[in-house]
Design a protein around this ligand. Structure first.
Ligand SMILES: Cc1cc2nc3c(=O)[nH]c(=O)nc-3n(C[C@H](O)[C@H](O)[C@H](O)COP(=O)(O)OP(=O)(O)OC[C@H]3O[C@@H](n4cnc5c(N)ncnc54)[C@H](O)[C@@H]3O)c2cc1C
Ligand SMILES: NC(=O)C1=CN([C@@H]2O[C@H](COP(=O)(O)OP(=O)(O)OC[C@H]3O[C@@H](n4cnc5c(N)ncnc54)[C@H](OP(=O)(O)O)[C@@H]3O)[C@@H](O)[C@H]2O)C=CC1
Length: 501
């Protein structure tokens, strides 16, 4: 029988999870309390370290994520002790966590156990999710033997995969009309799709600038044809170390099935018995001809548009579910609709002395009008850092203000080899119909969208080397009335940096 946990005053700072959130939190606690021991318990054999951190502007940041042996963290911070083990249970009333029969008493605890892929179908060996190094390697291994795969989902992972995979037919199934719904509107999607589908070099066309009200945007849209205890989520450029090549000698071969979902998955024998017919890979994007596929595949997918395709395997890139399971039993946490542990503006959960940061948590505070939570490593780092600050302040009876990084949503990444910067309400999220869009697009070069409400900039999408991120960030933060500038705001002949400096 396990001994009961003793008094919490005897406890230390304990952090669970060796991903970006947990490691950043532990590091910050170690800096704040150099004479105290910080315990980091993590299920994975390596930890994630942030390296080459670069503050691009006031809120935009870029960094690399490196997998390191935990000893490197312990060497950098002698007061951090890393324990490789999965936490099995939390006894919040007794201030203690249990792993493999051992128990650890905490005075303050930060849960940073991340999230796991939310698969369209659990337990099917032909449905893969990608989260950590192991799952990415398994995917790569399967891909080397594959002639055709199906990718389900329209977010970050799907966008990266369709661009990187070569030598394998890819059927990409999305619920939406356009690609990349979690990051882009139909205009940006069209800008990117040309890079994916046009095999020929793109002819440069003149730059176009347009101003849209919501009404105009609708018309524009109509006129245009987006496992248990897991390891940490992969880092930036995770696919660079992997040769994502199938069995064939061509580069991209992608067919996109829009506005549909998976209806049923059949294993080979099940499909044979059903006597249903599957389709061949469409010759080009406009190919509507229906030809029965003679090839025998390991798995078949029936879509809600009634089409059926056979493939070697399916990648479910359909989002994540917070890893809360080991912590919920016997503890009355407030949990968000997305399954995350709700945290307040001090990263504190609903239970005493328990904080949470990164993918595991759901931001339940009243956010700034231009910030929203997205499960990204920038937010994991910021939350881990801020949680440590809050834990430190609370333990000495002080209070601190919310960190500035939560004032404005800012994300910089790369899709289809373009730099992509997203700021504020970049897709007019939650703004209703009372907003307008300013667009500038040069095919193959840049796509710029500013979201305005009552003359104030609320968000922006910047694709390509636009050099506008800092100016736009300032315009969103200072909420200056831009009505007088109208479309000049995006006029390439006007240097708007000079305008607003
Ligand atoms: C393929 C892929 C590509 C991505 N690309 C980008 C990108 O380009 N840009 C971006 O901003 N974000 C990207 N993300 C998202 C980003 O990686 C995550 O938001 C971020 O890493 C979350 O960090 P975290 O520390 O909260 O969780 P994680 O990195 O998942 O770490 C969780 C940690 O908790 C440990 N753990 C879990 N359960 C337990 C337990 N019971 N006991 C002890 N330890 C436990 C795990 O072993 C792990 O160490 C990507 C994600 C994936 C999967
Ligand atoms: N460069 C970057 O910034 C990258 C970031 N990431 C992050 O990593 C995490 C995991 O990525 P990912 O898995 O792509 O998650 P995302 O949340 O980015 O995207 C999930 C996608 O799957 C769709 N979806 C959800 N359920 C279904 C279903 N049953 N059938 C069909 N489609 C479905 C969603 O549609 P809907 O939105 O309509 O529900 C959405 O398009 C995310 O937090 C993501 O932000 C990953 C890769 C790159």
């Amino acid at each position: 029988m396990e001994a009961p946990c003793s008094s919490p005053t005897a406890g230390k700072f304990v952090v669970v999870g060796g991903g970006i959130a947990g490691v950043t939190c532990a590091e910050q606690l170690a800096i704040n309390f150099p004479s105290e021991d910080i315990l980091l318990i993590t299920a994975s054999p390596v930890i994630k370290a942030v390296t080459n951190f670069k503050q691009v502007s006031e809120v935009l940041e870029e960094f690399d994520v490196e997998e390191q042996p935990s000893t490197m963290l312990e060497n950098r911070f002698p007061n951090i002790k890393v324990m490789e083990s999965g936490v099995k249970q939390l006894k919040s009333k007794e201030h203690c966590v249990l792993e493999d029969g051992h128990q650890h008493i905490y005075k303050k605890l930060c849960l940073c156990a991340g999230a796991k892929p939310k698969l369209i179908c659990e337990g099917n060996p032909y449905v893969l999710g990608i989260r950590d190094t192991d799952s990415a390697q398994e995917f790569q291994k399967q891909l080397t033997k594959a002639k055709r795969i199906m990718i389900i989902g329209n977010g970050g992972i799907a966008l990266e995969l369709v661009y990187e995979i070569e030598g394998c037919e890819v059927i990409w199934v999305i619920k939406d009309k356009a690609i990349g719904n979690t990051f882009f509107d139909a205009g940006a999607a069209e800008f990117l799709t040309s890079k994916l589908i046009d095999e020929k070099p793109e002819a440069k066309i003149a730059q176009k600038r347009t101003r849209y009200t919501t009404e105009g945007r609708k018309k524009e849209a109509q006129a245009r044809a987006n496992a248990g205890n897991v390891g940490s989520a992969l880092g930036p450029d995770w696919h660079e170390g992997l040769d994502l090549k199938g069995t064939k000698e061509f580069s991209h071969k992608i067919h996109i099935e829009t506005m549909c979902e998976v209806k049923k998955i059949y294993l080979q024998e099940e499909f044979r018995i059903s006597e249903k017919k599957s389709l061949t890979f469409p010759r080009d994007h406009h190919d509507q001809s229906v030809t029965t596929d003679k090839e025998i595949w390991p798995v078949y997918v029936e879509l809600t548009n009634e089409k059926i395709y056979g493939c070697d395997f399916i990648v479910s890139a359909t989002g994540v579910t917070p890893n809360t399971e080991p912590f919920l039993c016997g503890n009355n946490f407030d949990v968000g609709e997305d399954g995350g542990l709700k945290v307040d503006d001090h990263m504190h959960t609903s239970l005493p002395d328990i904080y949470a940061a990164g993918d595991i948590c759901t931001a339940a505070w009243h956010p700034s009008p231009v910030w929203q939570q997205m499960r990204l490593w920038t937010q994991a780092r910021q939350m881990g850092w801020y949680a440590a600050k809050c834990m430190a302040a609370a333990s000495v009876g002080e209070s601190i203000d919310m960190d500035f990084s939560f004032e404005l949503f800012a994300h910089v990444t790369k899709f289809f080899n373009y730099k992509v910067v997203l700021l504020g309400k970049y897709n007019a999220q939650g703004l209703g119909s009372n907003h307008e869009l300013l667009l500038r697009c040069t095919k193959g070069q840049e796509y710029i969208k500013a979201v305005l409400q009552n003359g104030r900039m609320m968000g922006a999408v910047l694709i390509g080397e636009t050099d506008l991120e800092e100016t736009f960030e300032n315009l969103i933060l200072n909420q200056m009335n831009l009505s007088a500038y109208g479309e000049d705001l995006l006029d390439p002949n006007i240097d708007i940096e000079d305008y607003f400096d």
